[in-house]
Design a protein around this ligand. Structure first.
Ligand SMILES: Nc1nc2c(ncn2[C@@H]2O[C@H](COP(=O)(O)OP(=O)(O)OP(=O)(O)O)[C@@H](O)[C@H]2O)c(=O)[nH]1
Ligand SMILES: [Zn+2]
Length: 348
């Protein structure tokens, strides 16, 4: 079986970006690859001309960088020694706050994606959950299509998709059923050859079932790959980049229970609120009980409550990130002073 009949996606500026990285690291021999999946301490990568993917590790420096380690979908530069030497700039990434109460760290869920498919199951899709996923995708400049699964369980599936799409400001909203095949062709048309999309949604939404339908008979072996780390333990794939029969690529993610805001995107997702808010008397109007509010009474109360919640959460994250940057800045100047002191003493 050929593992990658359809290639590993498109990257228009690959040569130029690789050249920049080669120059920056002073290593002319770096070659490109794409991360298919991420395991503990190893990465499965595909190279443009290699018949099979292989496991590589990453240089230690990449693990504690602000950007975090390479993730599924990343374009990376490999050195001759089986290591990822650098990660190419990400064009379109879905980032959430890492899971855990009070943690202010980022987690990149998927890199270099051109579309996020946000899945919610019918007959009772959770509008707020979809809104939140759309917000983190929007923050990474990734367009969103809403995919309402299990359409066979809802007589008004198409009407629900239309309404939800309108409420959330997502023009692409499709009801799909793997049982009847409804909508599958439309989803396929959103994934043209060479493009990469990511599928996001809660556990049980029917993501794996949908992926299997899109793969048809060609479910690939990458899904079964298990990597053994240095201690010989086995770890299972979490997020993987799959190659669809028509040449589109799809990153499959496990169901998420928590989706914390990280990079903003609240105003983009709630552009109805943002636009109307220009007419409020106070610039920091919470559209709650303030006089002369232009939003309250126009935007649905549930959506307004969701906006408040996400905006508060984003403010919390922004505060922590600013504090972390300040600590980093102080740390740097402190280390600088130490270095200078040593230099003066002549012991460096
Ligand atoms: N009626 C109906 N059931 C579906 C459809 N698609 C999936 N299901 C069912 O929904 C359940 C969950 O589907 P999965 O594909 O495992 O869901 P998932 O989103 O991948 O879940 P995680 O792997 O936990 O993230 C299964 O019992 C499927 O058979 C559909 O179109 N119609
Ligand atoms: Zn207001």
């Amino acid at each position: 079986m050929t593992l990658f009949p359809a290639g590993i996606g498109r990257r228009d500026d690959l040569d130029a970006e690789l050249a920049t990285l080669r120059d920056a690291l002073g290593e002319p021999g770096l070659s490109p690859a794409r991360v298919l999946s991420q395991h503990s301490g190893v990465w499965l990568v595909a190279e443009p001309d290699a018949p099979e993917p292989r496991l590589v590790h990453a240089r230690a420096r990449l693990r504690d960088e602000a950007e975090g380690p390479p993730v599924t979908g990343d374009w990376v530069a490999l050195d001759g020694g089986d290591a990822i030497a650098g990660v190419l700039p990400r064009h379109g990434a879905v980032v959430r706050r890492a899971v855990g109460e009070g943690r202010a760290e980022r987690q990149v869920l998927a890199a270099n994606v051109e579309l996020a498919l946000v899945a919610e199951p019918l007959p009772e899709p959770n509008e707020r959950r979809a809104e939140r996923l759309a917000a983190i995708a929007g923050a990474g400049e990734v367009p969103v299509a809403l995919v309402l699964t299990k359409a066979d369980l809802d007589d008004d599936a198409d009407a629900t998709a239309l309404r939800l799409g309108r409420d959330l400001g997502l023009p692409d909203a499709i009801a799909v059923s793997v049982r009847t095949g409804d909508g599958i062709g439309i989803v396929r048309s959103l994934l043209p050859p060479g493009s990469t999309a990511v599928l996001l949604g809660p556990s049980g939404a029917g993501k794996s079932t949908l992926v299997n339908a899109l793969l048809g008979e060609e479910r690939q072996a990458v899904g079964d790959v298990r990597a053994s780390d240095k201690r010989g333990r086995h770890t299972t794939v979490t997020r993987e980049l799959l190659s669809l029969p028509n040449g589109g690529l799809l990153i499959d993610t496990p169901g998420m229970r928590e989706v914390g805001m990280w990079d903003g995107g609240v105003d983009d997702t709630f552009d109805d609120v943002a636009e109307l808010a220009a007419g409020c008397r106070f610039a920091d109007c919470q559209h709650d009980s303030e006089p002369d509010c232009a939003v309250r009474g126009v935007v649905a109360p549930e959506r307004l409550e969701a906006w408040r919640k996400l905006a508060r959460e984003q403010a919390w994250v922004d505060d922590r990130r600013a504090a972390a940057r300040e600590r980093e800045r102080l740390g740097r100047s402190y280390r600088g002073i130490q270095r200078e002191a040593r230099w003066v003493k002549g012991d460096e």
